[in-house]
Design a protein around this ligand. Structure first.
Ligand SMILES: Nc1ncnc2c1ncn2[C@@H]1O[C@H](COP(=O)(O)OP(=O)(O)OP(=O)(O)O)[C@@H](O)[C@H]1O
Ligand code: SF4
Ligand SMILES: [Mg+2]
Length: 336
């Protein structure tokens, strides 16, 4: 296998947020997550609110500094800090200057209005990204590029002189997309790019992102709350629960044959168009609330809500393993 096929490789990535005045590790938002994304692929990432999707996306870009683990981008180690089982570092952490990667790796933010500076015009917002990375040869070149980007995302070129508050949520998200594209990126974390938008325009924005991916050969990490949003656009899907990646597989396979109990409960809540599948798929309702990532359950983090939990589940962390070709999960039930 050509090793360079993977654009991004993440190994046991961990992100904790220490809390001032409180002893201990703090919020354990991302717990030893491993996955890879191939060039040109869309990896969907789903899970309930607070499970760590945004934190994972931002940590991969090193917008948050990782607590531990390894990130390799296009064959280059961006960060490496392997941890012992007790969480102490094995050796000295290694990291690179991110500036050249800031251009290649972009993010479209979850909340379009909060991610645009209200004091800057849309033209200035897009132009700033072009300036930072010195991507325009002249003022005319820069202005042309801003216009081209605005029309590419379905906005009027005259909109360059307006301020973010003059736009609807959907238009603001288009500005956010134009800003990300302005620097000719390779990889984009799309953090719930449509959740804040009206249902009527969600599919337009998704279609636009898909077209751009094809045109520009982009690679996406596409975050969503809901499996129904990502299942059509993702080649593969990862499912998170309370900071951990619990299952990862090819999109169709994961939807047809989820092997982790948490994914099974998530899918049981999604209406399925296939009547045969719908009959066999029992709706499973999870008991209890999501525990706090400040004090996550021992062993399998899902054990307090899992209908199949055993004694072992509360004591031993299940390993994230490939159970069928390309189909990964972390559950003791699957080890037998
Ligand atoms: N900067 C921060 N400082 C402290 N805790 C944080 C910080 N950012 C996130 N958290 C906590 O980390 C956990 C994961 O949050 P995150 O925003 O990554 O979840 P999410 O899956 O993106 O949720 P949503 O679907 O609501 O966007 C939550 O408990 C959150 O409160
Ligand atoms: S390891 Fe145990 S608690 Fe965790 S998902 Fe599997 S059966 Fe449930
Ligand atoms: Mg989020």
């Amino acid at each position: 296998m050509n090793h360079n096929e993977n654009l991004l490789e993440v190994t046991k990535l961990r992100k904790y947020f220490p809390i001032k005045g409180v002893k201990g590790p703090g919020v354990q938002a991302v717990q030893d997550v491993s996955f890879a994304i191939k060039k040109g692929e869309t990896l969907g990432l789903v899970g309930e609110s607070g499970c760590g999707k945004t934190t994972l996306g931002r940590t991969v870009l090193r917008l948050y500094e990782p607590t531990g683990g390894k990130i390799v981008y296009d064959g280059k180690v961006l960060f490496d800090n392997p941890l012992n089982p007790d969480g102490t570092p094995v050796g000295k952490a290694q990291s690179v200057n991110m500036l050249p990667y800031r251009r290649k790796m972009q993010i479209i933010f979850q909340d379009p209005s909060a991610s645009l500076d209200p004091r800057m015009t849309v033209g200035e917002i897009i132009g700033e990204a072009i300036d930072i990375h010195k991507l325009a040869a002249s003022k005319k070149d820069r202005d042309d590029r801003i216009k081209e980007l605005l029309s590419r995302v379905g906005l009027n070129t005259e909109h360059a002189n307006r301020y973010p508050h003059e736009f609807s949520g959907g238009q603001q998200q288009r500005v956010g997309i134009a800003r990300a594209l302005a620097v000719k990126p390779e990889f984009i974390v799309c953090d719930e790019p449509i959740s804040a938008l009206d249902v009527s325009i969600q599919s337009q924005v998704v279609n636009m992102l898909e077209d751009m991916q094809e045109e520009m050969g982009l690679t996406y990490l596409f975050i969503a709350h809901d499996l129904s949003v990502v299942r059509h656009i993702s080649n593969r899907i990862g499912v998170m629960y309370l900071g951990s990646m619990v299952e990862l597989g090819e999109s169709y396979e994961l939807n047809r044959h989820p092997i982790h109990p948490y994914t099974q409960t998530l899918l049981s809540a999604v209406p399925v168009p296939d009547p045969q599948l719908s009959r066999t798929r029992k709706r499973i309702v999870l008991e209890g609330d999501i525990p706090s990532p400040m004090n996550p359950p021992s062993g399998c983090r899902f054990h307090t809500r899992c209908p199949y939990a055993t004694e072992k589940c509360s004591q031993v962390v299940p390993e994230f393993k490939e159970h069928e070709p390309g189909h990964w999960a972390a559950c003791h039930l699957l080890d037998k």
